[in-house]
Design a binder for this molecule. Structure first.
Ligand code: DQA
Length: 153
């Protein structure tokens, strides 16, 4: 395995497939995971797929990326809009992170348009459905090992 990428999914994403399919699509989280795993193995990328409904678990999973992980794909879900703790964890760990949202958060309610966590991310993908995870994987695969000025500090 040349690179290792951690996928972290926030609250309510375990309900994908049945949760508001008009907004989030009809694929389950497990189905998305399988598609991403297939793409990762083709790239010879090692990966872990994690979901939690609890903020502290997400913070600790980000901490666990400190060593041995090259990048993070994170859908913080509702915590994007509220969590200083997730933002601080990303800042502390300083791994290149891509924030993914299935829906286009900018075309939804006002409170979803701002993401606190996005400022600690290298890139944000919003509105591409499950394909966002795939493009995030490909992006991190391409840039991992190449540090931005922020990550070098
Ligand atoms: C989401 C968008 C968030 O606003 C929402 O709270 C989610 C999912 C998305 O993937 O589109 O749970 O992150």
């Amino acid at each position: 395995m040349t690179k290792r990428i951690m996928f972290i999914n926030g609250p309510n994403l375990n309900l994908l497939g049945t949760r508001e399919p008009d907004v989030y699509g009809d694929m389950s989280l497990e189905h998305i995971e399988n598609e991403v795993r297939r793409a990762a193995s083709q790239l010879d990328v090692g990966m872990e797929w994690f979901q939690s409904n609890h903020e502290g678990d997400i913070v600790e999973k980000i901490h666990s990326c400190w060593e041995d992980w090259d990048g993070i794909v994170l859908n913080p879900a509702a915590f994007s809009h509220t969590s200083v703790a997730v933002l601080d964890a990303l800042r502390a760990v300083k791994k290149p992170c891509v924030e993914v949202h299935l829906s286009n958060i900018h075309a939804r309610e006002e409170f979803r348009r701002a993401s606190l966590t996005a400022s600690a991310c290298r890139a944000v993908i919003s509105g591409m459905g499950w394909l966002g995870y795939l493009y995030a994987l490909k992006f991190l695969y391409a840039i991992c090992g190449v540090k931005s000025e922020k990550e070098k500090q």
